[in-house]
Design a protein around this ligand. Structure first.
Ligand code: COA
Length: 259
């Protein structure tokens, strides 16, 4: 069956494009499944150090979960949709061992913003519009938005953005810390490639450990400092650590094996 995602490998960088432009890349169950498979495949590919996630076309990153698919769901079906989404895609992306950059090239609404927020960092184009408009449909964000938005922009701004169902532009998103950089639409992917190249020169194993420790600090029942101690210790058993420290002593650039 045809996939709703396109993978383009460029050495250590992979461009992953959500490809349903006529539906503004809305996340139906098939697209969530296709993305889940693609992320797992790319994580298993040791050549790939950074994934850039974007939406096809020039209008949307993702305009949300597919409303037409779920509008007649029951309470149980709604709960299952949310739980499956968390497990299959949103938590998978946040916890992926390969670094993920969201290239937000247009509307990132509802599940679209939630997907961008599951990525490790976000870069937006000038035309991007972001929001969690679910309460305007009588539902709440169900793919981690209530948690990750508050983590990124603070409780007060998150509550207001969710309660008003309004969209913010990329400059406001940058001001709030929701996106790290803003660029033209034409330059968006190149800007992400540039950041990806810098990241891919470092130890991917160490980056994944640092990200795990950072994420742990936002989880209840997990101590981020304890996680940092664990992850720090684990580095001493990696080939990347041997290579990084040897390269320093030998006054040369490291060439990390990523193991
Ligand atoms: N779910 C399902 N289909 C969606 C969608 C979504 N979240 N967002 C857009 N689409 C579809 C539209 O139904 C339309 O399909 P059609 O041509 O078969 O009717 C197509 O994408 C184009 O969207 P359209 O609404 O015609 O474009 P627009 O420029 O007038 O408006 C938006 C753009 C983003 C403002 C509008 O599509 C919108 O409000 N989408 C829903 C956003 C939302 O509430 N997301 C959270 C969902 S939980």
């Amino acid at each position: 069956m045809d996939s709703n995602v396109i993978i383009q490998k460029e050495g250590s960088i992979a461009l992953l494009t959500i490809n349903r432009p006529d539906q503004l890349n809305a996340l139906n169950v098939k697209t969530i499944n296709d993305l889940s498979i693609a992320f797992k495949e790319l994580e298993a590919d040791k050549e790939v150090k950074v994934i850039i996630l974007t939406g096809a076309g020039d209008r949307a990153f993702v305009a949300g979960a597919d409303i037409k698919e779920f509008y007649q769901f029951s309470v149980e079906e709604g709960k299952k949709l949310s739980k499956d989404g968390h497990e299959k895609l949103f938590n998978l992306v946040e916890n992926l061992n390969t670094f993920v950059i969201a290239a937000v090239n247009g509307f990132a609404l509802g599940g679209g913003l939630e997907l961008a927020m599951s990525c490790h960092i976000r870069v937006a184009s000038h035309n991007a519009k972001m929001g969690l408009p679910e309460v305007g449909l009588g539902v709440i964000p169900g793919y981690g938005g209530t948690q990750r938005l508050a983590q990124l922009v603070g409780k007060g701004r998150a509550i207001e953005l969710i309660a008003t169902a309004e969209m913010i532009n990329s400059e406001t998103a940058k001001d709030w810390g929701l996106v790290n950089h803003v660029t033209t639409q034409a330059e968006l992917i190149d800007r992400c490639r540039e950041i990806a190249r810098r990241i891919s020169q470092n130890s991917s194993v160490a980056i994944a450990g640092a990200v795990r420790a950072i994420i742990a600090g936002f989880q209840s029942g997990v101590n981020g400092f304890e996680m940092e101690i664990e992850e720090f210790g684990k580095c001493f058993g990696t080939q990347d650590f041997k290579e990084g420290t040897s390269a320093f002593v030998e006054k040369r650039k490291p060439n990390f094996p990523g193991a």
